[in-house]
Write a protein that binds this ligand. Structure first.
Ligand code: 5GP
Length: 216
C-alpha cells in the first residue's frame, strides 16, 4: 500500500519572524523563529483526519504517545469526531495513552518499555492508530511496532505530525505524515526540550540561548 506524501519544508526555509506571532514572553529569547504556526498545523491535521477516516474502520483504538503527542492527538481526534458526526459512514473509536521509556545500555542497543495505558492485550484484533509527535531516526517507532506485534492487532497505522530529514534515519516512514522538516530541533505544540516549551502554541526552532537555559 502506497504511503501518502506530505508538506515538505526545505532546508533553506527560514520560517516566520517571532514579532509577527504571539509568543509567550518567557520563551521570546529562546527560539530562533516560528517554523510552523499552529493554524497551519490545524489545517494540515484536518486533512490527515479526512485521509484517516476514509481508510480506517472499527474496531479502532487511537493510541496517543505521550507527552509530545498530546496536542496533535487531541486536535486530530476532534477532526475525526466531527467527521464521524456528519459523514454517511462512521466508526467507533476507543482511546488510550502510553509513554515510552528508553533504556540505553552501555552497548547503546536502546530498548524501549511501554508505560501506562491499558493492557496491550486490549489491542488484540483491533485496528490501531498510533499518534506520535515526531519521527527522527525512526528507531523508537520501529521498536514500538515490533513490540506491538506480540499482541496481534488486526492492523496498525501510524500518524506522525512531523518526520525529520536526518542522515541517521533507519528508513522508517509513517502511514500519515503532517510535515517533513529539516534536521533542526523543534519545540512547541506539546513538543518539549527537557520538559519546557510544551506551553508554546507554534512550532519553533530552539536557539542556543534556549538550549543553554534549559539544559539538564
Ligand atoms: P527517534 O527514535 O525517531 O530518533 O526519536 C523520536 C523521539 O525523539 C520523538 O518522539 C521525540 O520525543 C524526540 N525528538 C526527536 N527530534 C525532536 C525534536 O526536534 N524536537 C523534540 N521536541 N523532540 C524530538
Amino acid at each position: 500500500e502506497q504511503k501518502k506524501g506530505c508538506i515538505v519544508i526545505p532546508d533553506d526555509y527560514c520560517g516566520y519572524d517571532l514579532e509577527h506571532f504571539c509568543i509567550p514572553g518567557h520563551y521570546a529569547s529562546d527560539v530562533k523563529h516560528v517554523m510552523i504556526p499552529k493554524g497551519l498545523i490545524l489545517d494540515r491535521t484536518e486533512k490527515l483526519a479526512q485521509d484517516i477516516c476514509r481508510d480506517l474502520q472499527a474496531p479502532l483504538v487511537a493510541l496517543c504517545v505521550l507527552k509530545g503527542g498530546y496536542q496533535f492527538f487531541t486536535d486530530l481526534l476532534d477532526f475525526i469526531k466531527n467527521y464521524n458526526a456528519s459523514a454517511a459512514r462512521s466508526f467507533q473509536m476507543q482511546v488510550d495513552f502510553i509513554r515510552l521509556k528508553s533504556y540505553v545500555d552501555d552497548k547503546s542497543s536502546g530498548e524501549i518499555k511501554v508505560i501506562g495505558g491499558d493492557s496491550m492485550e486490549n489491542l488484540r484484533g483491533k485496528n490501531v492508530l498510533i499518534c506520535e509527535d515526531i519521527i527522527d531516526t525512526g528507531a523508537t517507532m520501529t521498536k514500538l511496532l515490533e513490540l506491538m506485534k506480540k499482541f496481534e492487532p488486526a492492523n496498525v497505522k501510524v500518524a506522525s505530525l512531523f518526520v525529520k530529514r536526518t542522515p541517521l534515519s533507519v528508513g522508517y516512514r509513517p502511514d500519515y505524515t503532517g510535515f517533513e522538516i529539516p534536521n533542526e530541533f523543534v519545540v512547541g505544540y506539546a513538543l518539549d526540550y527537557n520538559e519546557y516549551f510544551r506551553d508554546l502554541n507554534h512550532v519553533c526552532v530552539i536557539n542556543e540561548h534556549g538550549q543553554k537555559k534549559y539544559a539538564t
